[in-house]
Design a binder for this molecule. Sequence first.
Ligand code: ZN
Length: 453
Amino acid sequence: MGKDRLKKREHNMLQLYVMLISVLAISMTINLSLSKKVSTTASKPSMDTVYEEVAVSTLSIGHASAKFPVFDLEEVDKYIEAYIQSRLTSIQSTGDERSITYDILHYSQQTLSISFTETGKAAEIMTFDLEKGAPLAFKDLILEEYVSDCLELVAEIASAELKEHNNASLSAKAISKLTAPEVENYSQFIIYNQAIVFNLALNDEKAPYQLALSKQLFNEMLLDVYKAGEHHDDLSGNYEPANIIAERPTKGSSLSIGRKVIALTFDDGPKAGVTDTILDALKDYGAKATFFALGTSSEANAATLKRIAEEGHEIGNHSWDHPKLTSESSSAIAEQIDKTKTLIEQITGTAPTLFRPPYGLFDERITSYVGKEQLILWDIDTLDWKYRNADIVVPATVDSVKEGSIILMHDIYPSSAEAAVDIIQKLSQQGYEFVTVSELLEIKKQRLDASNA
Ligand code: ZN
């Protein structure tokens, strides 16, 4: 149907005018249904720059305006218009001046993929089947009996890929949440001839992570219409994504069981200068660490906190201002945790998942509030806060470290930074690899799974 349809559209300007009239009719309806102060306008459609047969329409409700494509396909156009109107109405109700733009990512005889971007938000991708005239969800592509197998397979590859190419410095926990085999994680995709590209929404500010999977990986699970074929060729040319993954990852490749791993942790910071010395040493040795930050310190040293996140280390929550939480009310406990979490997310874009209670003191209320697995203590206390002397702290720590240890230090004393630099150097020479606490937990979990298998 596709090619005939396109030819027909090129010659049929009359339909455009019919469409224009219908858009105007819609805008008049909106005008009537909203308060009189809100003006709605729709202008004459122009044509899309890549797909010349596609008309571009604009619609505004008050301060909110949108540009969207019109395909001359009744059900698809209706769906898009309804989506645009509902988004505009919602933006208008907030009073913000925001706009919606679109990109046609792929247009073939079989499917159509559009991304809609709202000012300040990550793009949302919609893929339509043009024969059905309906948007597609993950389960619509797969034979019913294979939906969960296919999800597992895609999730396994997504997780391995994100761990290997973790440019967004996501924690192991964030990766497992983002790539878990749930349909919502894989609801945004584009169907090319040879591959399906999934967009994993990292978070609102960052561009989505694109995972291009060859159809070969799950060809027998796909419904016939979505298998490779000319009907999936892009109408603007033969565009196919780059970096198509055509093999399953070898299991556990990124977290090999034989590694000698330890987790360095630094509490009570960040502190400009002291934390920077530690970050410099970690960078020199390709090491990762975890910083359990205080809200007060983070507020006063936001740039340092940001550097920690940008350099791929993990940030945990250590309360707002270091009270003995066991003597606090339940609401004070919640406030200490939540306020710090919000601030860290505001500064770094990522909310901490791990929590370390001040002085290591916790009770049932704290455990149940943060979650048992998220509450992190330590195996080795370097007592750096007590000795304030690298000559004592370094040998004591190096002698007591074992594979899998979580080491406690504080990034607020210059002597601790001095000791950390030495510890990183000495333990690196002994073949230790420094990982974040979330990575350490994941490695321990994989080892347990492997020994139970
Ligand atoms: Zn502390």
